[in-house]
Design a protein. Structure first.
Length: 219
């Protein structure tokens, strides 16, 4: 049975994103309504807003949702130069994010660099239905996260990458998921999602999309 409360909230959010800024975030909510996931994994929790929206969209169809979130949280403030090296934003404290979403799902948050926290998570043999990859923005970090997180995907898993850039070859040499998507193996297929945003960089108008990746077949 559909949860009308969360359905209404999700529809209103989609409309809001399409009418105002950050149109690409409508892609996530639309994909959730198609996939109907029960197990969700997010890399790059930030302040927990996206987590709340994703969980509530998933709750339209399922009462019990498992959510796994990865970020530096307060460890971010101990790291130097990460704002520039990863084009990152300052995240919220882990306890505050947990408080924000803990009543919506069974929540487990992992604090620290994903090169350590994701391999530890993989030992649990959990297979997420939906993955949103939006952590560090350097090519090196995105590739590292992908190489780790793809190990827990199964035939029905969907992974959404943020930060697919068009309009600056200089930018995509250092940042974004373009190089990762370009070099995906044949066992994966991808789709650039329809709704996009734009931002100015050195007087260039840069287009930013999300990309959906799935397995073509079991390896």
């Amino acid at each position: 049975m559909l949860n009308i409360f969360f359905l209404t909230k999700t529809i209103l959010r989609i409309v809001y994103y399409l009418l105002f800024n950050y149109k690409r975030y409508a892609n996530i909510l639309i994909e959730i309504t198609v996939l109907k996931p029960k197990i969700i994994l997010e890399i790059g929790v930030y302040k927990g807003q996206r987590a709340q929206e994703i969980i509530e969209a998933a709750r339209i169809f399922n009462k019990k949702i498992l959510y796994y979130g990865f970020d530096l949280f307060e460890d971010f403030f101990q790291k130097k130069n990460i704002l520039n090296s990863e084009l990152s934003k300052k995240p919220e404290l882990k306890k505050n994010v947990y408080k924000k979403i803990c009543k919506l799902a069974k929540v487990k948050l992992f604090k620290g660099y994903t090169k350590k926290t994701i391999p530890a998570f993989l030992k649990k043999k959990i297979k997420p239905d939906f993955i949103f990859l939006d952590g560090g923005h350097s090519v090196k970090t995105i590739l590292q996260d992908w190489n780790n997180i793809k190990k827990c995907m199964y035939k029905n898993s969907v992974c959404i990458f943020d930060d697919y850039y068009t309009g600056s070859n200089e930018l995509i040499k250092k940042y974004g998921c373009n190089q990762v998507i370009k070099n995906l193996k044949h066992c994966y297929h991808y789709k650039i999602l329809f709704f996009s945003d734009f931002f100015l960089l050195k007087e260039k108008n840069i287009k930013i999309n999300m990309v959906k990746v799935k397995l073509n077949k079991l390896k």
